[in-house]
Design a protein around this ligand. Sequence first.
Ligand code: ATP
Length: 238
Amino acid sequence: MNTIVSINQVSKAFGKQQVLKDISLDIWEGEIFGLLGPSGAGKTTLVKQLVGLDIPTEGENLLFQERMPSLKLIEKIGYMAQSDALYGELTAKENLQFFASLYGLKGKKQKQRMEEAMEVVQLNEHMNKLVSNYSGGMKRRLSLAIALLHEPRLLILDEPTVGIDPVLRKSIWEAFYRLKEKGTTIIVTTHVMDEADKCDRLGMIRDGHLIAVGTPEELKERTDSTTIEQAFLVYGGA
Ligand SMILES: Nc1ncnc2c1ncn2[C@@H]1O[C@H](COP(=O)(O)OP(=O)(O)OP(=O)(O)O)[C@@H](O)[C@H]1O
């Protein structure tokens, strides 16, 4: 198993508040890894470190054997934050062009990647619409398209399907599986249990602790549970 992400004894404090507590975890190439936990558990804090937007107070995060934050890795990582970083006064196309040029995508290649990424999120027909006229779910999907633009080897998605209806959510998960088939590693945070079931492996986070790691089946078996929700409650000591 080729390790893509190695989180080594990572802790994080904001002032006196300890938000991450001694987390160690390896994520492997080509897997869809879900970080599952209730609101405030520390998921966003952890993924921000993985993309290099923050640093741990203790420990280190290695991505592609390189210590984060590292500018070298920008091209290998696609990140979708929890709040959309889009320009409302521009069209979707202009937003895509802006981010594509940041990644050095030009001309034909740029056009092709923009179309492919918008196809994944089924927004092709809304290319020329102003983003301020997009619905919340459309903005999420456009953010996802932007994260996919440069065909990163590692995708880190913070609650990618919030505000997206079940039909589209299904098609987005199908896209995740297609990317996985091509060898892309995907890390996704969620607190939606049925989504957790779709991941290859899960890490359950509670109060900054990584309380369990395994496939959804393993986690259910070990706790004698029929659902991930139940397993989570057992691990949480409920
Ligand atoms: N920059 C910051 N300064 C101070 N406290 C912070 C900061 N960022 C996060 N926190 C705190 O860290 C804790 C964990 O937040 P985090 O956003 O990582 O949780 P989460 O699991 O992603 O939750 P959600 O699912 O609601 O996004 C919260 O108590 C939050 O208030």
